[in-house]
Design a binder for this molecule. Structure first.
Ligand SMILES: Nc1ncnc2c1ncn2[C@@H]1O[C@H](COP(=O)(O)OP(=O)(O)OP(=O)(O)O)[C@@H](O)[C@H]1O
Ligand SMILES: [Mg+2]
Length: 831
């Protein structure tokens, strides 16, 4: 169970872990809480942190510092170009327009991206934390400057991936400080708001934040910053001052020597620190240039005069923060300063004058960011129970979105001329999700960009999203909903695009539309994977070299122990084997007499077998032992030629590094050793005694290689399982959002079903009544039918009489017409 916070500074890094009851700073191998942010590349391995800092003067061109300045910036960035002028290593323009750091590593010219170098630093910090926890890191948070842009934030995430970390949050450094301050402040109330200003001055930058505290809650009201104002500016002023002085006084131009510049800059930084606590300070550098020793001296008053232009710049971010927070100086309860750069007394004076009250340093200036991050991690981690404390973060930039206008935007021939909007304004809470609605067909191209270019030194455009094809029938515009997320790290992205319409039944239907993302800067997924593998291989190499060093020390101390035992009486053979320039013959058999010689020679000899120095060549001179001797048993010993060839073979193998040897080479080495050991007196000679340890060293080395391989396999397995886990988590998230959508749909359908049920009940009732009516009608029909039948039957029974009636009628009609005929005849007769 672990929650870890990392503060990676330009100058120093700090690691903190959340333990059972509180947050603690983790000490590195040198028992320091600050680890230099430096990676030095050697011939056989890398040196990171304190070991890297030690190499900055001896191997400056391959020692990388100030990585935070290079991260996520284009090579053409004016600020980056300015920074490069004072850096001793080579940085070139990569094919993507981003910087590439060029170093000599393992005997080859190699390039690394700043992201990879940050990955190395984080890997080292991770190891420091894991050593302290004695367990792998589960959760972590990483502090970042508030002015980090989208590509810089993405680069930190990539670097964390390279280091095998997946941060729960990238937290603004000043917010981490405010969180640590607030969670420990016992006198906060639920009603009264306490406004506190935090000022962080680090090595290269200044950050200000105005935070409002209430009980259990922190709200960031405003952020402001100056990316190029920090402790190094004071160093630079001192450097320019002394460079000019020394030109007059000693006639040396330090600008003509990169090494002299480096040494003078380092001395000026020390001088600045001394001046923070003393009214005056000396500067002495031996052999700075042209073999001349230089001496200088400065009083604090003079220092404060020459730094006035820098001090004046401090007020700007302070004013801006107050303006953005909508507060006046009277509204500020207190001012807290952090960051080691703020230790310069003149800075404290400026802060005091500006706010009309003395700033405090309640929390540890160099530990607060790491501790705040560890605290945030514990709050976010499900593994910890932390007192309720809400962090309401605010976003420091204006983020806009612009889109392409095409024919589909015209309605009745009128073009809608709006094609951009601010999606996330300054002060927007982090995280946040917003939805944008478009009426479109075909495709939509959305650009995410910074609206306020003045705040940046890089390009405004962050990313482009191509959305489409948008499904629509007959080229009709459809309603497209685009979800834009500002995630917990302060990174903006378009998350989903859905066409919203209605299906045949009138139900709302959402159809996902394909999105293609183009990021301007950052590592492509495949390059990131390669970087992860490369870091892994380099870390293995470093570890193998460190283990070899450990074994060397063991062997060396064994040899010392052997030497401390009483020496055996020298034999004639000993004498014959010792030579003047390698091993002095023992004149005396007492341990005291023999020790000076062996102590001088044996450590060098052992060192030469497995030493890992980048520069020294192995000293194999102890192998030059004369083998011809006058021994009565000469004929049973190996012949001179065999011994010579065994020696040369051993020398050859010893020239190779133990860890590089294969099985057959080890066997050959052991057989060469056995040939030598069977030569007369060799085993008693110092060389022979040294080589006695060879089989053990070889088998240790084999075991180490095997364990490295095993570890490597385990780590690969772990990584692939982790990526599988991540995939599963991503799938889980996708599924749960689908489930929530389904549940919404289900509720909508349930509503629909309810309505339908009501309708069914209504219709059932209607049907029942109709049925009843039908039944009664049927009954009526049956009755009418019965009557009709009856009538039919009656009629049928009367059928005979009916015919009789017809016949009678015909007879009657016939008689009637005969009457008429006779009547007519009669009428005619009377006329
Ligand atoms: N006693 C001191 N007096 C004056 N300056 C000091 C003192 N101690 C350290 N500094 C300066 O503080 C700076 C480093 O501060 P800090 O460790 O806070 O920076 P960082 O966090 O590594 O860098 P950043 O915050 O810019 O990323 C250096 O410039 C260093 O010279
Ligand atoms: Mg810092």
């Amino acid at each position: 169970m672990s929650a870890v916070g990392f503060d990676f500074g330009n100058d120093n890094c700090v690691v903190a872990v959340a333990r059972q009851t509180d947050i603690e700073i983790v000490l590195n191998d040198e028992s320091e809480c600050e680890t230099p942010s430096i990676v030095s590349f050697g011939v056989r391995q890398r040196y990171i942190g304190t070991a890297g800092a030690a190499a900055s003067l001896s191997n400056p061109t391959n020692t990388i510092s100030q990585i935070k300045r290079l991260l996520g910036r284009r090579f053409s960035d004016p600020e980056l170009q300015h920074d490069l002028k004072s850096l001793p290593f080579l940085v070139t323009k990569g094919p993507d327009g981003y910087p590439l750091i060029q170093v000599q590593y393992m005997g080859e010219t190699t390039t690394f991206t700043p992201t990879q170098v940050l990955g190395m630093l984080l890997f080292n910090l991770k190891s420091i934390a894991e050593k302290s926890l004695n367990a792998p890191i589960a959760d972590c948070c990483i502090g970042i400057p508030v002015y980090f842009t989208d590509p810089q934030r993405r680069a930190v995430i990539d670097a964390a991936t390279i280091a095998g970390l997946s941060p729960l949050r990238l937290l603004h450094e000043t917010t981490a400080t405010a969180l640590l301050y607030g969670i420990h402040k016992a006198d906060l109330t639920e009603t009264e708001q306490l406004n506190i200003v935090f000022v962080d001055i680090g090595h290269t930058s200044m950050q200000v934040c105005v935070a409002a505290f209430k009980k259990g809650e922190l709200k960031i009201l405003a952020h402001s910053f100056d990316r190029c104002l920090g402790g190094r500016d004071f160093d630079e002023v001192l450097f320019q001052h002394f460079a000019a002085r020394f030109k007059d006084k000693y006639k040396i131009d330090v600008f003509g020597s990169a090494m002299a510049c480096l040494r003078l800059r380092a001395a000026c930084e020390t001088l600045k620190k001394v001046l923070s606590a003393n009214p005056e300070a000396p500067l002495n550098i031996e052999g700075l240039m042209d073999g001349k020793d230089v001496k200088g001296f400065i009083k604090r008053e003079e220092f404060e005069k020459i730094i006035i232009p820098i001090l004046d710049r401090l007020k700007q971010p302070l004013k801006k923060a107050l303006d953005e927070a909508g507060l006046t100086i009277e509204d500020i309860h207190s001012v807290e300063f952090v960051g080691s750069g703020a230790r310069v007394p003149a800075i404290i004076k400026i802060l005091t004058d500006f706010f009309g009250k003395e700033p405090h340093c309640t929390i540890n200036a160099s530990e607060c960011v790491a501790k705040g991050c560890a605290m945030q991690c514990a709050i976010l981690s499900p593994r910890f129970m932390v007192r309720e404390f809400q962090v309401n973060e605010s976003f420091p930039f204006n983020i806009a979105m612009s889109w392409n206008i095409n024919v589909s935007d015209t309605e009745n021939g009128v073009m809608d001329d709006q094609n951009s909007t601010i999606v996330y304004p300054i002060g927007n809470p982090i995280p946040s999700v917003k939805a944008m609605t478009f009426y479109r067909y075909g495709r939509l191209t959305l650009d995410v960009l910074y609206a306020d270019v003045m705040k940046l030194s890089g390009p405004a455009k962050i990313s482009t999203y191509m959305i489409g094809p948008i499904p629509s029938t007959n080229g009709e515009r459809v309603k497209l909903k685009v979800k834009v997320r500002l995630n917990i790290h302060g990174i903006v992205s378009v998350e989903t695009a859905k066409v919203v319409d209605q299906d045949e039944t009138g139900k709302t239907r959402k159809t996902s539309v394909h999105i293609t993302e183009v990021l301007y800067g950052g590592l492509a997924a495949i390059d990131l994977q390669k970087a992860v593998e490369k870091e892994f291989a380099m870390a293995l190499q470093d570890r193998a070299m460190e283990e070899t060093k450990g074994r060397n020390n063991d062997v060396e101390s064994n040899v010392y122990e052997t030497q401390d035992k009483p020496a055996m009486t020298p034999t004639p053979t000993d004498k014959a084997l010792d030579t003047d320039d390698i091993v002095q013959p023992r004149q005396d058999s007492s341990p005291q007499a023999s020790r000076p010689t062996t102590q001088r020679l044996l450590p060098r000899a052992i060192f030469s077998i497995t030493e890992d120095s980048d520069t020294e060549e192995p000293d194999l001179s102890f192998m030059d032992v004369p083998i011809s001797c006058k021994n009565p048993l000469e004929q049973t010993f190996p012949c001179e030629a065999d011994v010579a060839s065994a020696k040369s073979m051993l020398r050859l193998f010893l020239d190779l590094r133990l860890l590089d040897l294969g099985e057959s080479q080890r066997a050959a080495m052991l057989s060469a050793l056995s040939v030598l050991q069977s030569s007369p007196g060799f085993s008693q000679s110092p060389a022979g005694r040294v080589l006695e340890t060879l089989p053990a060293v070889l088998s240790d080395s084999q075991a180490a290689t095997a364990s490295c391989l095993e570890l490597s396999a385990k780590l690969y397995k772990f990584r692939s399982e982790r990526s599988r886990r991540d995939d599963l988590l991503a799938k889980k998230t996708a599924l749960s959002s689908e489930v929530s959508q389904l549940s919404k749909d289900y509720h909508a359908e349930e509503e629909q079903v309810k309505k339908l049920k009501d309708e069914i009940v209504r219709r059932k009732e209607k049907m029942t009544s109709m049925l009843k009516r039908g039944e009664s009608m049927q009954a009526t029909i049956a009755q009418v039918g019965g009557e009709a039948r009856c009538l039919g039957e009656q009629l049928a029974s009367q059928k005979g009489s009916y015919q009789t009636w017809i016949a009678s009628l015909q007879v009657a009609e016939h008689a009637q017409s005969a009457c008429y005929t006779r009547w007519e005849e009669l009428r005619r007769v009377s006329l």
